[in-house]
Design a protein around this ligand. Structure first.
Ligand code: NAP
Length: 260
């Protein structure tokens, strides 16, 4: 991790990303000066854990911070009022899908600090995860990179298009696979089967891709071209057409990739 240049940071938002990044910032020796949230209770909850002041009024946000991190929902970041107008410091958002220019009406120096990890405020310790950075000028980028490098050994400067593409890839790899786990869990529950029995398989599948290309690790009936088994499964899923459709679509995708 880079040598620390301690910064004064203000967080807008008190949800998952704000909580994880604010705690990491304090752990690395930065000062979280203030937490803004539309709910004073939520602002106070995070502010208390990082030794910051709390506010639920945007007009009360301090003007002297080095870095302002907007970890609000995408919709709320898009609606930040121009009256915020920060003349110094850098205002970053943490969204994968919003262009860097989004916050330009609210500050002179704007940027992005996008954590490429699924973050939950209930979890305390994360293995180091990538931070994708961007800014609208070189001084701002240097400051965002300094901060990012103090939090993570993996910092990558990106542009809007690249970050958006990585966000799409992250949704496919993480959100979609988790949804498939949830569907399998639901299916097990419906049939009074224990989802716990599948957990070693899920862990093995996720662990393999650390050292191997996922395309080389595919197994299962669609990969083998085992049409009889696929037909048996689809027949079994007949009463849940949405699941049968998903099974058929994913099997076709696997077969297409592997020429099965
Ligand atoms: N979680 C992740 O894994 C992750 C990873 C990378 C990037 N991101 C990005 O980080 C940002 C925050 O995500 P998150 O997961 O931390 O979200 P979150 O836990 O839902 O927190 C969202 C924050 O925005 C506030 N908010 C929501 N709607 C608002 C509104 N209409 N007006 C004012 N404030 C509002 C919430 O306030 P209340 O507490 O009052 O609801 C909360 O403080 C998003 O841009 C997301 O795309 C998330």
């Amino acid at each position: 991790m880079a040598e620390l240049c301690a910064m004064d940071v203000i967080f807008l938002g008190s949800g998952n990303v704000a909580t994880v990044l604010a705690k990491m910032a304090v752990d690395r020796g930065h000062r979280v000066a203030q937490v803004y949230s539309r709910s004073l209770l939520n602002a106070e909850e995070l502010a208390d854990t990082v030794g910051a002041a709390a506010t639920n009024r945007l007009e009360a946000i301090g003007r002297d911070a080095d870095l302002y991190v907007s970890a609000l929902s995408d919709a709320a970041t898009l609606r930040l009022p121009t009256t915020l107008r920060l003349l110094r410091g850098v205002l970053v958002h943490t969204a994968g899908a919003l262009p860097v220019e989004t916050l330009e009406p609210c500050a002179i120096n704007v940027g992005v600090l996008y954590p490429l990890q699924s973050l939950r405020k209930q979890k305390i310790d994360y293995e180091p995860f990538p931070l994708l950075t961007q800014a609208n000028n070189s001084d701002a980028l240097a400051l965002v990179n300094d901060f990012a490098e103090s939090l993570s050994p993996v910092v990558k400067s990106t542009n809007n298009a690249e970050r958006l593409q990585l966000h799409v890839a992250a949704v496919i790899a993480n959100n979609f696979s988790n949804h498939l786990f949830a569907l399998a869990e639901q299916y097990c529950l419906q049939h009074q089967l224990s989802f716990d029995l599948l957990k070693p398989l899920i862990v093995e599948t996720a662990t393999r891709v650390v050292d191997h290309a996922p395309s080389q690790m595919q197994t299962g009936p669609a990969m083998r071209g085992d049409l009889v088994t696929i037909a048996t499964h689809l027949n079994l899923l007949g009463k849940t057409p949405a699941l049968a459709q998903l099974y058929a679509t994913l099997s076709a995708s696997i077969a297409g990739m592997h020429g099965a």
